[in-house]
Ligand binder design. Sequence first.
Ligand code: BDR
Ligand code: CA
Length: 313
Amino acid sequence: MPPSKIIIDTDPGQDDAVAILLALASPKELEVLGITAVAGNVPLALTERNARIVCELAGRSDMRVFAGCDRPLRHSLVTAEHVHGKTGLDGPDLPEPTMPLAPGHAVDFIIDTLRTEPAGTVTLCPLGPLTNIATAFEKAPDIASRVQEIVLMGGAYFEVGNITPAAEFNIYVDPEAAEIVIKSGCKITIMPLDVTHKALVTKPRNDAFRALGTPVGIAVAEMTDFFERFDKEKYDTAGAPLHDPCVTAYLLKPELFNGRHVNVEVETTSTLTRGMTVADWWSVTDRPPNAMFMGDLDADGFFTLLTDRLAQL
Ligand code: BDR
Ligand code: CA
């Protein structure tokens, strides 16, 4: 079988970086057509830089990295330096990238790619606020029906919020964009905090990254060393959750994940719960299911896959 074609839309972010590395380490299964950066964890100038740093770390300076939207559709940007540090990729000491940005806007790359590749063959993998994807769908209404699937990290139901009491960061930053994407009619799989909080980097798991002894293994260990202090303090957990790698791991081994096909709606108006993903987990409404909402993960299987693949880089 030829590899599946994907576009990674991202706001790196240490966990975004690991998600990208996992995809680039898996060329038999995944062909990354391009990486589109969006403002999120840190401003766009840093997310596009960080995406290029990660490609170079993986030895893939040939990858096309596009800069996209620098702010959400209707509101001003909220960032997460309190989690990811000033650069978004704090932790390892990685060199400034030398590969250039690809010419053109990320949104146009997404549109052109979906129009050029055969319909139903490209999967979108959003790892940050959904601004680029929603803008592409608004600008080119013909492309949504050409998407194979959208597998995204965002939202929460049982875990509720990590940026407000009700909302998860990626959806909170641009709920209007999330609403457009969720209502697009595309096949959608969502990795909410309910599942990503189970992808916890415990000390032995981090030691296994470091023990790879490669620049990639050491950088990933140092990224999680930095990133974990936030969750350890907040949730009193043993380590950092690798949110975004759940997306790329799912594309490689869907059997690691369990969820329900349910209705998911995004709250866009309430000041109290703006950005909340209201998942009808118990089917208590007659709203039609529109997304696969994940809830459980084989964490050992996930970390075995991740460590084995990172060893390939
Ligand atoms: C999400 O927000 C960001 O901080 C992470 O990169 C992840 O995509 C988790 O809420
Ligand atoms: Ca992210």
